[in-house]
Design a protein around this ligand. Structure first.
Ligand code: MN
Length: 700
């Protein structure tokens, strides 16, 4: 526990003018008031408000806020009165302590009308003085850090649920990401112990393989920046288990497919330097399309500023990179608190301008017709990515946004999901793909057979429903593949005029390095083995004299003109496959054709040739782009992709299949496209296919 003088020294260190006497009096008052009360941990109760005050000093908050932290539980839990606090510590501290006390009471109440009343008062108070909320968040953070001392499972779960639903979103709303992260991690561990354990174990395993990979990548990045004259602080971290979990749920990913578990932060001096650093990073590592976000030119609504991008670092390992200035960093970590620290003394008037969402909450306050509506609106405003629906008996379920009756059924019970055939929403029968909205009452119509429809995978929103449907699809696919493989093998036997008994098949299996007949049939069904290969294995020499399948050739160069080059100068397109619409540069080496690269081509970092400013000409007919597509191994996947390419008039020039594992394979496809817009449309269309996991452009 922090001692009295330590606490005062911590405040003095960042605010020499702090009222030392105020802090000392608050410390002594709180210690006496809490007396011999004990926490669940067995520590004196008094340790709690002091730790809360300590957390607030980390945010460099003013003396009144620190005093409020020390006193925050005195009215609720001791014989101290509001009048005493007002008299002894002044009206400012009195008002702040009152605000925190009111909020604590909301937690303890169940009557919704009273809750809404209090919430209204609290929000009004908060909009004038955000410090009330900062103290409450610090209070909750310390309670969560010590949550494991509470013996009752039900109580721990309730507190964790409330933290996840109310306090972490509040911290996010005011931009206090470090608070939000820690609150979410602590609540996640309590709410999803298995998910937490799985992810933690998996992260530990990744770490085993990589040594101190994070530190190595960070220092590599710092070096690359330094070579371009940018002095930056680079830090790296493994992503937190909860943020990995969220991402897995949001994108319906399995852990194996989970791409970026590492994130790096580059901190530079000023805004211009941010963009220079971005250029260097994009020049050195390939960008992952669709992951670049510039929150400096367009800050988030809560004031957050940073540049976000994701790059491919090494083979198939994606890393997230955030670039920001020191000031942006402090505001991002501590949000409104940092804003407060910068503006100390100015009664928080800047908060409403800097944090426009406060205005939203105030609008809700003024427009709500009844306390229930107010409570509903204020809560729902925090959960825009969630939808709340009811069972016929009135039990509440929280689902991801865009959930359907199928998601609901699986959320209630996996048996209910598996046997779902229809649904009533608010008493009316609706299609199963209907998106649920807040407050819907959902009743599931069941059949006796359990037969989830594979088509559900195309519209469900929750990870649980998707996983269940996929499991069934896999099982069905396997059954169908076996039936098909068995037919293929049988007809091959007829053609070769051999009896396919074990004496015949066993040596072939050995030649093909397959464990059993089932594996052979599956390989034939999935086209992993051609008829010719199997014939050769069954009857060596049986395919002699047959022509090998012809390969597709490379096409001639498309007609392309480039502005910035003298007419007739020879040029060629680089291995990064630039296409019209890409930003490009020309690189000249004496005696060689000029090579055109995309501006973010990886090879440019080591390029020592002459850089020429060039742009696409008007007579450009198109060029070949290369895509890497990760696809589920399932029948019809390739046909569906080919159909999309055909409808978009994209000519396939080359096709390679790289096997990855039993569930997925990666296709490398070269296609001829008109320009970047054309390619973007094609990528978007491919991504909508159910069998497609991801589509990325390959550069170099
Ligand atoms: Mn407390």
């Amino acid at each position: 526990m922090l001692r009295q003088y330590e606490l005062v020294e911590r405040v003095k260190a960042y605010d020499p003018d702090a009222d030392e006497d105020l802090l000392n009096r608050a410390y002594v008052f709180s210690m006496k008031a809490h007396g011999s009360q004990l926490r669940a941990s067995g520590d004196p109760y008094f340790s709690h408000p002091i730790e809360v005050a300590g957390i607030l000093t980390d945010l460099k908050l003013d003396d009144e806020t620190i005093a409020t932290g020390i006193l925050h539980d005195t009215i609720e839990d001791t014989v101290a009165t509001q009048e005493q606090i007002d008299r002894l510590f002044g009206k400012n501290v009195g008002r702040l302590v009152d605000g925190v006390t009111k909020l604590s009471k909301i937690e303890a109440q169940t009557d919704s009308e009273r809750q809404a009343e209090n919430l209204r008062k609290f929000l009004l108070a908060m909009s004038n003085d955000i410090r009330v909320l900062l103290v409450k968040l610090a209070d909750r953070l310390h309670n969560m850090r010590t949550l494991h001392h509470i013996k009752s499972d039900a109580k721990r779960l309730r507190i964790a649920r409330e933290t996840m639903d109310i306090y972490a979103p509040l911290a996010e709303r005011i931009g206090m990401y470090s608070f939000m992260d820690e609150l979410q991690e602590l609540a996640f561990r309590e709410l999803e112990p298995e998910g937490h354990a799985t992810i933690t174990a998996r992260l530990a395993k990744l770490r085993e393989g990589g040594g101190d990979l994070v530190a190595r990548i960070a220092s590599g990045m710092k070096l690359v920046l330094a070579q371009k004259g940018i002095d930056a602080e680079v830090t790296g971290r493994e992503k937190r288990p909860y943020s990995i979990w969220r991402k897995m749920q949001g994108r319906q990913m399995s852990f194996e497919a989970l791409p970026d578990v590492m994130a790096f932060r580059i901190i530079v001096d000023d805004e211009a330097e941010c963009y220079r650093a971005l250029g260097v990073i994009h020049g050195r590592w390939p960008t992952v399309i669709g992951r670049f976000k510039d929150f400096i030119s367009t800050p988030k609504r809560n004031g957050y500023k940073s540049i976000h991008t994701t790059v491919l670092h090494g083979e198939n390992s994606r890393i997230e990179v955030q670039i920001r200035t020191r000031r942006m960093h402090e505001e991002a970590e501590n949000g409104l608190a940092a804003h407060w620290a910068y503006k100390q003394g100015d009664e928080g008037s800047g908060a409403r301008e800097a944090y426009p969402w406060l205005e939203d909450l105030l609008d809700v306050l003024h427009d709500a017709a009844s306390p229930e509506e107010l409570l509903e609106n204020a809560r729902l405003a925090m959960f825009q990515d969630q939808v709340f629906v009811f069972t016929p008996k009135g039990a509440l379920h929280q689902l991801p946004k865009d959930s359907t009756p199928v998601d609901f059924a699986y959320a209630v019970h996996s048996d209910l999901g598996d046997s779902c055939v229809g649904a009533k929403v608010n008493g009316r029968v609706v299609p199963l793909r209907t998106r649920l909205t807040n407050g819907d009452q959902v009743e599931i119509l069941r059949s006796k057979v359990k037969a989830p429809d594979p088509a559900w995978a195309g519209f469900v929103a929750s990870a649980k429903a998707r996983a269940a449907v996929r499991r069934h699809v896999r099982q069905k696919t396997r059954e169908e593949s076996l039936a098909m493989g068995s037919k293929l093998l049988e007809s091959l036997g007829l053609r070769l005029k051999v009896n396919l008994d074990d004496n015949m098949v066993a040596p072939a299996l050995a030649r093909l390095k397959l464990p059993d007949r089932t594996a052979l049939m599956l390989a034939m069904a999935s086209n992993a083995l051609t008829d010719a290969q199997v014939s050769e294995a069954l009857v060596p020499g049986s395919t002699a004299g047959q022509k090998p399948a012809r390969k597709r050739g490379k096409p001639g160069p498309a007609a392309i003109s480039i502005h910035g080059l003298t007419a007739g100068v020879a040029f060629e397109l680089g291995a990064c496959h630039p296409i019209p619409g890409d930003r490009i540069v020309g690189i000249r080496h004496a005696g060689k054709p000029i090579v055109i690269h995309t501006i973010d081509c990886t090879s440019l970092a080591e390029e020592d040739g002459e850089w020429l400013e060039v742009s696409w000409g008007d007579e450009t007919e198109g060029a070949a782009a290369q895509l890497a597509i990760v696809v589920h191994n399932q029948p019809g996947a390739l046909a569906a992709m080919a159909a999309v390419l055909a409808t978009h008039n994209a000519n396939i020039v080359n096709f390679r299949l790289k096997h990855r594992d039993r569930e997925f394979h990666t296709d490398i496809i070269d296609i001829e496209v008109e320009d970047l817009k054309h390619l973007t449309r094609i990528i978007a269309a491919l991504r909508t296919l159910q069998a497609v996991v991801s589509v990325e452009r390959v550069r170099g």
